[in-house]
Design a binder for this molecule. Structure first.
Ligand SMILES: Cc1cc2nc3c(=O)[nH]c(=O)nc-3n(C[C@H](O)[C@H](O)[C@H](O)COP(=O)(O)O)c2cc1C
Length: 194
């Protein structure tokens, strides 16, 4: 069966840099034979986690009836999840953070629902490097989260890209994104460079 790759796009700019890189991840994954689905989070109604802890009683099912309900299904059936975000205020965007906060229910159910899934990360930022931009904080957050959930980060693509259209001017980032997609699509692990 083809591997399933779920891409969560966390920018409000549908044609922005992180989305353009995420689309190249999708291309690479499809080349490797995977099925790819991309979700543009900004268009969805995703309420913040309200810490009701009902998910502890329900075995991991969140009781908030909004667009996260369809994303839960997609997360659970995916073999790999791509988190694509602009760096906003030195970390991931609010859209992506709100979505990830709602994974709380998944980890209450025996800590296992996302374990073993692969993760790809795509970040774009305006400042000159990973540190001054705050991209490093985004990576630290995602790494901590994946360690906690026992998910494996296969690759991280990031770069200085400010305005819409900048990603297209950087074939090196686009190629890195495509390569990440190929790896996720083929189910290779992070140590496999080919
Ligand atoms: C609200 C807001 C906050 C931002 N904060 C940062 C930041 O902390 N560090 C940075 O380097 N760039 C920052 N930027 C620039 C974006 O990260 C940059 O334009 C990025 O390429 C946007 O990605 P996108 O095209 O996928 O939306 C910010 C932009 C906006 C609109």
């Amino acid at each position: 069966m083809a591997r399933r790759i779920l891409i969560l796009k966390g920018s409000p700019r549908a044609g922005g840099n992180s989305a353009a890189l995420a689309d190249r991840v999708a291309d690479g994954a499809r080349e490797a034979g995977a099925e790819v689905e991309a979700v543009f989070l900004h268009d969805l109604d995703i309420r913040p986690c309200d810490a009701c802890d009902n998910c502890i009683e329900t075995g991991g099912v969140c009781i908030i009836k909004d667009d996260m309900q369809s994303i839960y299904q997609k997360l659970l059936s995916a073999d790999a999840i791509v988190l694509a975000s602009p760096v906003y205020w030195f970390t991931i965007s609010a859209q992506l953070k709100a979505c990830i906060d709602r994974w709380y229910g998944l980890q209450t159910a025996g800590w296992k629902q996302l374990a073993g899934k692969q993760v790809g990360v795509v970040l774009s930022y305006g400042d000159t490097d990973l540190y001054s931009s705050g991209g490093i904080n985004a990576i630290h957050t995602i790494e901590s989260m994946c360690r906690f959930l026992r998910m494996e980060i296969v690759g991280i693509v990031h770069g200085t890209l400010m305005d819409v259209g900048d990603a297209a001017k950087h074939p090196e980032f686009m190629e890195q994104a495509c390569q990440l997609g190929r790896h996720l699509g083929a189910g290779k692990d992070k140590n496999d460079s080919h």
